[in-house]
Design a protein around this ligand. Structure first.
Ligand SMILES: Cc1ncc(COP(=O)(O)O)c(C=O)c1O
Length: 362
């Protein structure tokens, strides 16, 4: 028998987007912009900064292990009870909790392809079986294909809605079809990390299924629209029986005091959120149009990033963009060597990206 668990051989550590400092040092350029990790280009809310400075002298104490105030505030926001909400150290932690609480090695985990890497990671961690269901040729979900992948061993079915990296989404009718055909022994996990950015009228309200007590888990994060990526804060909403099991797998104080404080203040700063969403909607449209005028195929996005098909290899374009001080994500991460994913930035950042890309591909 191996000294370590052999399923670890299936895992490659998460590869994050490049940091501004890394590119400044490697290429000797001062003015670098990051459009690679879908962070909020407006930065942190001033109300969060204020709340954090008030909290700093308290950090010698342990935080509230249950994140009680924040859990209650989230529960109230969505018309749930506190025992239907679990806060985590980023939604990444909640994906790990779901994996460790529910996955046996003979269980199957269904997820779309391409998508966020951590669903597969959770399956690998537990030595479970991965079932990747490809999106259609135009990057859309095909619910019948997902259902065709369901067997008596299916435990977790992930839908990333809107999907990272494509920005495409499942409509209310599509997800309804999925939820109505779920086998009793499986859980539908709706990762809605980018839900705040959605403008489509037929985007589903999945929370009603939590209220009805179905086997549905919703994941949300403070890392994107709420601009707290560096503090690590996410939450899950699910029926109490599921939340109770997830909580058994968490570390005692995984949500630190600053994250809890910042989360409370960020929820109160509705102005910052409105500004963020207004900017994203306007710039997402402008960027999509600008790239379209360059003859590029851009997948219509409901998120804060765009999935762009290139006439040249993504690896080459990625490196050339770096040299002009623009960091994006190469599609190679998702085995799509002719795509890049670019986060929607400020007007100035988007113009700089478009101008650099024009120079590179012409
Ligand atoms: C779809 C999706 N889910 C979850 C996460 C992780 O979020 P968090 O920062 O809360 O761990 C990301 C981060 O990029 C994501 O794209």
């Amino acid at each position: 028998m191996n000294f370590y668990r052999s399923n670890l051989e299936r895992i490659t550590p998460y590869s994050p987007g490049k940091s501004i400092e890394e590119i400044q040092q490697r290429l000797g350029i001062e003015d670098v912009i990051k459009m690679a990790s879908n962070e909020n280009p407006l930065g942190v809310s001033p109300r969060v900064v204020e709340a954090l400075s008030r909290c700093l002298p308290e950090v010698f104490r342990y935080p509230d292990g249950s994140a009680g105030k924040l859990t209650k505030k989230l529960a109230d926001k969505y018309g749930l009870t506190s025992d239907q909400v679990a806060v985590g150290n980023g939604s990444d932690e909640l994906i790990r909790q779901l994996s460790t609480a529910f996955l046996h090695s003979e269980d199957e985990v269904i997820y779309p392809s391409p998508t966020f890497s951590e669903y597969a990671w959770g399956a690998r961690l537990m030595g479970s079986i991965e079932v990747a269901v490809p999106l259609t040729a135009d990057d859309q979900y095909d619910v019948d294909k997902i259902l065709a992948g369901v067997t008596s061993h299916t435990k977790l079915i992930y839908v990333c809605n809107p999907n990272n990296p494509t920005g495409t989404y499942l409509t209310r009718r599509q997800i309804q079809h999925l939820v109505e055909n779920l086998p009793a022994r499986s859980i539908l996990v709706c990762d809605e990390a980018y839900a705040e950015y959605v403008t489509a009228g037929d985007y589903p309200d999945t929370i009603e299924w939590v209220r009805e007590g179905r086997n549905v888990v919703i994941l949300r994060t403070f890392s994107k629209a709420y601009s707290l990526a560096g503090l690590r804060l996410g939450y899950a909403m699910a029926p109490k029986r599921i939340i109770d099991l997830m909580k058994k797998t968490r570390e005692p104080f995984s949500i630190n005091m600053l994250a809890q404080t910042a989360g409370l203040a960020a929820l109160d700063d509705t102005d910052h959120l409105s500004k963020t969403l207004r900017l994203n909607t306007k710039e997402r449209d402008r960027l999509t149009e600008g790239l379209g005028k360059m003859g590029l195929v851009v997948t219509p996005s409901q998120s804060n990033f765009l999935w762009v098909k290139l006439p040249k290899s993504a690896g080459v374009v990625f490196e050339e963009l770096l040299k002009s001080g623009v960091i994006v994500r190469s599609g190679e991460v998702w085995q799509r060597p002719y795509h890049i994913r670019v986060s929607v930035g400020t007007e100035e950042q988007n113009d700089r990206f478009i101008n650099s890309l024009k120079r590179i591909i012409n």
